[in-house]
Design a protein around this ligand. Structure first.
Ligand code: SF4
Length: 314
């Protein structure tokens, strides 16, 4: 694309066209011939030429040779990427807007350490300006499903009887508190090779970026990913399962980490009580205490309700 544009610029700068390799040379006598015969009719502009002129006008470069930096600006792949990604994000955001918002507290969120944040979420409080969910989050979520399908296939090929659907094609899950607390598990392994586990176990899968995956392998899921740990405890409690298998896939390397998680009744009970408190507060239009005493706390720095939360000093 750049090569095609270059002669246009040089023609202006030097007052003469630059001949292309293999094209007939523009000798002085030939030029004189053209002058005598009058100007050659200009061929119709190609779409790329028109685009080029539009960009020159936008950049205020009409009548000036295009500086090298401006060419980089026009042709830089990141600009193209930004335009395409903006389209994708808009489409995904429109798709999400069509979905009915959750009218329940999902088990996947109960392990969130800040109960106040959960109240904001359950009450559908708008996030702070600029902290809205963009198109990237749905892409990450969708990619997670693809990785999960792969892990399911691999486990089944290895002989694990991993069930992901009930007999009538629904998801395994539970609901309580009149349907206001709900969850759906990734699967239940009902039988498999002798790997030291007693079947059945609840199966939970997460696809993690490399740093997050390494942290999980070092510290274990309870310390590294308390939200996922809480999610499994709630599932085990309401589905009557004694243990879970947590599988984490490294999205960069496709390495797999598996951890056996035992049911911990006091933890599950505390999480269940917290969920009820959150629903009560949301119904009453109240907020629960903050998790920190300063907005500098690491969880607050990443919270989409931080401005509202700390301005609202109730
Ligand atoms: S800003 Fe901090 S205290 Fe407030 S809701 Fe978010 S995480 Fe909780």
């Amino acid at each position: 694309m750049g090569r095609r544009f270059l002669p246009l610029v040089r023609r202006r700068r030097h007052g003469a066209a630059i001949s292309r390799p293999g094209a007939p040379s523009t000798s002085p006598s030939t030029s004189a011939l053209h002058t005598a015969a009058g100007p050659r009719p200009r061929p119709p502009r190609r779409p790329q030429e028109l685009l080029h002129l539009v960009w020159r006008r936008k950049l205020g470069l009409d009548g000036h040779p295009t500086p090298r930096r401006a060419w980089l600006f026009i042709c830089w792949p990141a600009r193209l990427g930004a335009r395409i990604n903006a389209r994708i994000d808009t489409a995904l955001e429109a798709e999400r807007a069509d979905q009915r918002p959750r009218d329940y507290l999902g088990a996947s969120r109960i392990g969130e350490p800040c109960a106040r944040r959960l109240v904001y979420e359950v009450a559908h409080t708008p996030p702070d300006p600029g902290k809205e969910i963009g198109g990237r989050a749905p892409r990450i979520f969708a990619a997670g499903h693809v990785f999960e399908d792969l892990a399911i296939r691999w486990l089944r090929r290895a002989g694990f009887d991993l069930r992901t659907q009930t007999r009538d094609g629904g998801q395994f899950g539970f609901e309580t508190a009149g349907g206001r607390i709900r969850g759906h598990v990734d699967g239940v392994i009902v039988a498999g090779p002798d790997v030291g586990l007693t079947w059945p176990v609840q199966w939970e899968h997460k696809a993690l970026k490399a740093t997050s995956w390494s942290d999980t392998t070092r510290k274990g899921v309870q310390l590294s990913k308390p939200i996922y740990y809480g999610q499994m405890q709630i599932y085990m409690a309401y589905m009557g399962l004694g243990s879970a298998l947590f599988t984490a896939l490294n999205k960069d390397t496709c390495e797999l980490y598996h951890e056996h998680v035992a049911f911990n009744p006091p933890t599950a009970q505390a999480l269940s009580d917290k969920a009820v408190d959150v629903l009560r507060a949301a119904d009453a239009g109240e907020l629960l205490p903050r998790i920190a005493t300063s907005p500098d706390f690491y969880l607050c720095r990443f919270c989409p309700f931080a401005t509202r939360c700390w301005e609202d000093r109730a």
